[in-house]
Design a protein. Structure first.
Length: 256
């Protein structure tokens, strides 16, 4: 009976860590995925991982306050693992919004059921592209494997509030802006040239209604540039996800 109680306490901590991952990880934590399905995936993964965890040096506490403190630490670990992966999608969304504002598509929004919010056209397109790319490279499996591998460095209840680690994690948020600007750079450069050309054309031929021809021209040019550089965007996504997957291993080392 005592062994069953210890196993259940261990399983609960593992379940909480995977629940944190499922709550924040892209695709897995999407609002379009039913809550019951997400809970089932977290529970099934925890059932598979719990027997593989090395025996703990000390028994888990029976005091509810002490155990709740350990559970909170497990939740933080899971949330951080999922948060790191969302940086890619936040950068993609920012890049898409910059493109939409520059090209004129920012006037139109599309409801994104995965993020449960309104996205501009290119922001939604790049978001879906990133989701498909993540699924194509089995990134959702990598996220779950990284959460399972974190037990090699952070046993259940082994979370430590590491200030420098959280600071480094926050600095990684700057990647949202740098990667977003890189994603938007080809279209933004084309828009700069287009607006400059339209400005010169308006001075040479004042009779032209630039407002009427400007929006169709910039929209068409944005779609052309996007189609031309689609291979570059896939390479950028590959590099961004590779960097993030390395950071998943880093999180498992610095928070224990």
């Amino acid at each position: 009976m005592l062994l069953e109680a210890e196993w259940f306490k261990l399983f609960a901590l593992v379940l909480i860590r995977f629940s944190g991952v499922m709550a924040t990880a892209p695709v897995l934590g999407s609002g379009s995925v039913p809550m019951m399905l997400r809970a089932a995936i977290a529970a099934a993964t925890a059932l598979l991982v719990t027997p593989l965890i090395a025996p703990l040096a000390d028994p888990l506490p029976s005091d509810p306050y002490a155990y709740g403190f350990l559970a909170a630490g497990e939740l933080v670990i899971g949330l951080c693992i999922g948060f790191v992966v969302t940086l890619v999608f936040a950068a993609v969304q920012m890049g898409g919004q910059i493109i939409d504002m520059q090209s004129g598509f920012g006037m139109m929004n599309i409801f994104n059921p995965a993020a449960e919010t309104q996205f501009p056209v290119f922001g939604f397109f790049l978001f879906i592209l990133a989701v498909f790319f993540l699924l194509a490279i089995d990134g959702h499996h990598v996220i779950l494997r990284a959460a399972a591998a974190s037990y090699e460095h952070i046993p259940p209840g082994g979370f430590q509030a590491n200030g420098p680690a959280f600071g480094e994690l926050a600095r990684r948020g700057a990647w949202i802006f740098s990667d977003g600007l890189i994603i938007a750079a080809p279209v933004a450069a084309a828009m700069f040239l287009a607006y400059g050309t339209l400005g010169l054309l308006g001075r040479v031929v004042p009779q032209i209604h630039l407002f009427i021809i400007g929006f169709p021209l910039t929209m068409a040019l944005a779609m052309l540039v996007m189609a031309t550089f689609i291979g570059l965007y896939l390479e950028l996504l590959d590099g961004m996800f590779s960097r993030i997957f390395r950071d998943l291993v880093w999180i498992g080392r610095v928070m224990g």
